[in-house]
Every structure is written in structure tokens, then in C-alpha cells.
Design a protein around this ligand. Structure first.
Ligand code: AG3
Length: 276
């Protein structure tokens, strides 16, 4: 019998993948969690019916949410990742030799545990001596650590359920306070096709707080519409400019390159139009 998984990305549209095996399902205190093995994308972490990451295309998202902000910062030492319990962002952050401490603030420890079990190549760095895993509310963590971070990365789920607060202007205010005077913040900000209004609002909120606000894109096949956006707010450094060319050139990556860093900020007109 053929079994298929479908994420309904909108009310009227979805992506579907043939299942090799359902490895794990559970209801955590926060969400429905599933780990399925698919033929085309390998193992897939699914939260509340939404694809979070897959073996085959995870590198794109994890590299692009991490290396733009970290490469724009001349000396990132302390980094906070809010969400991202699978550990993929921590793995990329720790590729920067200047990073002394990378804190993961994830609310749902089941995401961490299930990822460690089934996605070891993504969760690999959670055991690194520079990684600190804190199970708890990322919003509270940011508020409790003013002026502490060089870079804050928000690796959230969609703006429904447990992640709603991670798209609120009050959270961006706390992030601004949580950063050092030259800090940079980046958040995943969904699909320009399906979430144009959200992108517009997030940009406007971040722009009202940070002197430099930009949007950049990456192609992520298993996410809604395949085109994904990231919103970046910076207190001092232009995020389009690579601070240390040799550090960025020596990163071992599969998607990110120095040229791609710069080109990711070149937007199609319909996306540029979302920003005004
Ligand atoms: N976080 C962003 C995933 C959003 C995807 N949305 C969807 N499939 N509807 C991914 C976490 C990876 N560390």
C-alpha cells in the first residue's frame, strides 16, 4: 500500500511526498510532532503538519539563516538561537571560529530529543562544548539577557501556535535590547508568495527599531512555494557586506558562498514591492 504525506501549505495548495516509513509521532505539550522517512527527501521533521526540515534540503535553510548575519559581523562571539530545536542552526553558527558560546532557547525539548535520535547529522553540534541548550521560552530568555548577544537568530515555525509571539513587534523590541550595540538579528520570514502581508509587516516592525533592515531570499524546495525569505535587522553593520572575506571563504558549506551572500539581497520586483 502506498502512503503519502501532504502538508496543506494553504487552504487550497499543498506538497506531497511518498512515505517510506513513519518513524515517530507524538503530541508534545506544545505541538504535534512527527518524523517520517520519505523517498525523495529522506527523513522529514514535521510539526503541526508543517515540514520543518528534511535530510536533503536542510543545508539551504540552516546555512542561509546563519551565515549571512554571522559573516556580516566582524567578530561574533555570543550567539542566541531562538527555536531551532533540531540543532541545524547551532551546527552552522559553530562553523565560525570566533563564536565562543551559542545558546539554543527551544521551548519544546521533544523536538530536541527526537531530532537527536533521527537527524543526528543536523543535531550533531548540540553536544559541542560551545553549545548551551536551554529548554524554555525564548522570549523570556531574550528579556533576561539585555545587551548580551552579537547575533540573535530566530528559527521559528510558522506564525501560528507556539510561534505567534516570535513574530510580534514587542519581541523584536526585546531582541533589540538583547543585542550588543553593534548586534545583528535575523528571523525566517516565510514565503513571498503565500505570506506577503506578513513579510511587509515584519519588515515595517523591524525597520521601526533597527537602523538597517533588509530582506534576503533562498530557494528551499520543501517549504511553501519553494521561495523563502529572511528578515535581518542590524544596529551597525550593513548585512550585505562580508566583514571578513577569508573567514567566510573558508566556511565549509553546500549553498552559501561569498557571491551568494551578496546576491541573496537582490530581490525580484514583486518581492521588493512587499517592502514599501
Ligand atoms: N523553521 C521554519 C520552517 C517553516 C516552514 N513552514 C512550513 N513548512 N509551512 C524550520 C526549522 C528548521 N531548523
Amino acid at each position: 500500500m502506498e502512503l503519502w504525506f501532504t502538508e496543506k501549505q494553504t487552504k487550497n495548495y499543498g506538497i506531497t511526498a511518498k512515505i517510506k516509513e513513519t518513524l515517530h509521532t507524538e503530541t508534545t505539550p506544545y505541538q504535534e510532532l512527527a518524523m517520517i522517512d520519505t523517498i525523495e527527501w529522506g527523513k522529514m521533521l514535521v510539526l503541526d503538519g508543517c515540514v520543518m526540515t528534511t535530510d536533503r534540503d536542510e543545508f539551504i535553510y540552516h546555512e542561509m539563516i546563519s551565515h549571512i548575519a554571522l559573516s556580516a559581523h566582524p567578530n561574533p562571539k555570543k550567539v542566541l538561537v531562538v527555536g531551532g530545536g533540531d540543532g541545524g542552526v547551532i551546527r552552522e553558527v559553530l562553523k565560525h571560529p570566533s563564536v565562543e558560546k551559542a545558546v539554543l532557547a527551544e521551548i519544546d525539548d521533544r523536538v530536541i530529543e527526537v531530532s537527536k535520535e533521527y537527524l543526528p547529522q543536523i543535531a550533531v553540534a548540540l553536544g559541542d562544548s560551545r553549545a548551551v541548550v536551554e529548554v524554555g521560552d525564548g522570549i523570556a530568555h531574550v528579556k533576561e539577557h539585555p545587551g548580551e548577544y552579537d547575533v540573535i537568530i530566530v528559527d521559528s515555525t510558522d506564525p501560528i501556535g507556539p510561534a505567534v509571539g516570535l513574530f510580534a513587534k514587542s519581541f523584536y523590541e526585546s531582541i533589540y535590547e538583547g543585542l550588543k550595540e553593534d548586534g545583528i538579528f535575523v528571523a525566517q520570514s516565510e514565503s513571498p508568495f503565500f505570506n506577503g502581508e506578513l513579510i511587509h509587516n515584519v519588515q515595517a516592525d523591524v525597520r521601526s527599531l533597527f537602523p538597517i533592515t533588509k530582506l534576503y531570499l533562498a530557494s528551499i524546495p520543501t517549504y511553501p512555494s519553494g521561495l523563502w525569505s529572511f528578515t535581518i535587522g542590524s544596529k551597525k553593520y550593513d548585512p550585505r557586506v562580508i566583514a571578513d572575506e577569508s573567514r567566510s571563504a573558508s566556511l565549509v558549506t553546500k549553498y552559501y558562498t561569498k557571491d551568494l551572500h551578496r546576491s541573496a539581497f537582490t530581490l525580484p520586483r514583486f518581492v521588493e514591492d512587499l517592502l514599501s
